[in-house]
Ligand binder design. Structure first.
Ligand code: AMP
Length: 207
């Protein structure tokens, strides 16, 4: 099964995708992480993408297509797309040779999303995620797992988050309507505890 997880930043897509990947062996493909990897590896694409990402802007499609092409090429059991497609052009590109079976929309208010995202941190070394609201590291600024430094993503400051949320509504609403018209859309409340959200997703997917 190929599913798409969709929702504003902070709705918990990444967390839910990780659990689904572990449970069903579906490959988690997240364009945000793939782009951040390119930045870390200092590739030409990464350096170009960084300027857009730091401003909360979408990276131009031609760069994003390059990174998803590879990721989509070797899927075995299924996949969970996270962060792609974000606009109609990306959707058209994807649908040329790929079928999305179901789309899960994780619904969360803007206020909750801003509060959650601006509290997000992660380890520079092992990438473990933390949140100062509900999953703080034991020692401030230090990773519990590897002792690495815990930092905030460059685009997780409030101004960029608000811009990303606005962009989400502007660019992605059409994608959501498209899947709703195709009877593939499932709406899940993202303000519930993680395990309840997961249960509701699995129930709705009927897997
Ligand atoms: P995310 O981790 O999903 O919040 O994505 C972080 C940033 O990566 C976004 O604000 C965009 O700049 C960029 N990005 C991720 N996915 C896409 C995409 N499908 N199209 C364009 N830009 C993207």
């Amino acid at each position: 099964m190929n599913i798409l997880l969709i929702g504003i930043q902070g709705c918990g897509k990444g967390t839910q995708a990780m659990i689904l990947e572990e449970k069903f062996g579906w490959k988690h493909i997240t364009t945000g992480n793939l782009l951040r990897e390119s930045i870390e590896n200092k590739t030409k694409l990464g350096l170009t993408a960084k300027k857009f990402m730091d401003e909360g802007e979408l990276v131009p499609d031609k760069y994003v297509f390059k990174i998803v092409e590879d990721a989509l090429s070797n899927i075995e059991k299924g996949s969970i797309l996270d962060g792609f497609p974000r606009n109609m052009e990306q959707l058209k590109y994807l649908e040329k040779n790929f079928t999305i079976d179901k789309v899960v929309l994780l619904e969360l208010s803007d206020e909750k999303a801003i509060e959650r995202v601006s509290s997000r941190r992660n380890c520079v070394d092992c990438k473990k995620d933390y949140n100062l609201l509900y999953s703080k590291p034991e020692k401030e600024g230090i990773c519990d797992v590897c002792g690495g430094e815990i930092v905030q993503r460059d685009d997780d400051h409030e101004e960029a988050i608000i811009k990303r949320i606005e962009k989400f509504y502007k660019d992605t609403s059409e994608v959501i309507s498209y899947f709703s018209n195709a009877a593939k859309l499932i709406r899940v409340n993202a303000d519930d505890p993680i395990n309840i959200i997961q249960e509701n997703i699995v129930k709705a997917l009927n897997v």
